[in-house]
Every structure is written in C-alpha cells, then in structure tokens.
Write a protein that binds this ligand. Structure first.
Ligand SMILES: *Cc1c(COP(=O)(O)O)cnc(C)c1O
Length: 225
C-alpha cells in the first residue's frame, strides 16, 4: 500500500471532518478495508468505525481494539447477536422485535447496556431491511420495556440512487418520524441520533439534520467489491 494512498485517506478524513457541522459524528464504514487503511483513518481523527459483518469486525477489532467506538451498521442475524453484543458500542440496525429481544438477552448475560438505533426502511423497498415507517411506533412500544437496550434514535439507508438529491425525500421523511417520536416523549426513548447519509448523499443528509453520517468510499476510495 503506497504512502500516497494512505496520505489520501488522511486528507479525506480531515477534509470531511472539517466540513461537518459541530456535533455530527463521522462513522467510517470500513467494510473490505485493510488494517493499514483503517489505522490511517483513526490516526487522522476517526473516532467511530462501522461494520456490516461480525467476522470482519472481529478481525479488525483484534488489531485496533477499543481505541474507537464500534457501530454495527449492517443487517444483524440473530445467530450473530452474541458476538455483536461483545464487540459493538452501538447497534444501528434494530428492525424487529425478535432481534431486539435477542440483543437484550445477550446484553443481560454480558451485563451490558446497548445503545441502539431503529433502522427505518424509508424507501419502503421490499428488498431492503429496516422497519416500515407505519410499523415503527408499534416496534418501539414493544421493545421499550427491554431492560438492557437504550433506544437512542433512527437510522436509514435510503435508496441508493445515482443522483444524491433523490435521497432527500427519504431523509426528510425519516427526520419527520424522528421529530414526531421525540415529541411524544415515550419514557426511556431518547431521540438523539439520526444516522443517515453515505459518501454520495451525506451533504444532503446533513442539510436534513443527520447527526451521524456513515462514509466509506469518500474516505478510502472505491471498493473492489
Ligand atoms: C457501505 C455502507 C456505507 C458507506 O457507503 P459509501 O457509499 O461507501 O460511503 C454506509 N452505510 C452502510 C450501512 C453501509 O453498508
């Protein structure tokens, strides 16, 4: 891996970090990246790393350790929850009662309290994960009583269109749900984090008041897979 390439990562991290309004957390979406790439990003100021797959996260965790926050940003399978609970500081992708209950069960056995975000399928795409907007209230009510989960906000992918402007309506819709839930003041539910926006859409997501952005390509370059 060339010095030039690592220098580019450093420059990208610094550039994006400086462009973000205060209070916005930049999560480096690190899937497929090598240890040197991730370490470079951390040295340049990245404080949170996002992973989609447990195995890959575990491997990197063995190298990096807890010097950063670990966010689960991919679809979480129930048989991987035990490991996920050990590894992650936040799970951004809770989208069913069954998954929430399993996360809670493992948290109880680890004596851990897990901050979670509810993933919304704001594009209502049948092939996407996330709870449909019309089902979110029911989901929150049902998982709110779980002792070791803390609902702290919402996450959405939004459809991955070519034109980033096309993502805006989905970000607006998600923010509206965020505000509505916040206003209803459900006990124990804190609407604090709104995780939306990726490399091509994060600027728009921030305009629509995201305070977590998950960025891979714009930090590390194009992925091979
Ligand atoms: C890969 C990924 C991202 C980042 O995507 P880029 O287009 O590379 O910035 C964000 N969120 C999730 C859930 C991802 O899987």
């Amino acid at each position: 891996m060339s010095e030039d390439y690592l220098y580019t990562i450093k420059k990208n991290v610094t550039g994006i970090q400086h462009s973000l309004p205060p209070g916005v957390l930049l999560v480096a979406a690190a899937k497929t990246r090598l240890p040197d790439e991730v370490k470079t990003a951390i040295n340049a100021g990245i404080m949170a790393i996002g992973y989609n797959y447990i195995q890959e996260a575990e491997r990197m965790h063995n190298i990096i350790g807890n010097t950063v926050q670990w966010h689960m940003i991919g679809h979480l399978q129930r048989n991987k929850v035990k490991k996920a609970v050990k590894l992650f500081d936040m799970i951004e992708t809770i989208d069913s009662v069954e998954l929430a209950e399993e996360v809670n069960r493992q948290c109880v056995s680890e004596s851990k309290v897990m901050p979670v975000l509810i993933e919304i399928n704001s594009g209502k795409e049948s092939n996407k994960t996330g709870v449909l907007p019309e089902n979110i209230d029911k989901l929150i009510i049902r998982i709110n009583s779980l002792t070791n989960l803390r609902i702290q906000g919402l996450m959405t992918m939004g459809p991955r269109f070519g034109n980033p402007e096309d993502a805006r309506p989905y970000f607006i819709a998600t923010k509206a749900i965020f505000d509505r839930i916040k206003k209803t003041k459900v006990p124990h539910v804190e609407m604090r984090y709104l995780s939306m926006g990726m490399s091509n859409s994060y600027k728009i997501a921030i305009e629509e008041e995201a305070n977590i952005v998950r960025i891979g390509t714009a930090l590390f370059g194009e992925r091979n897979i």
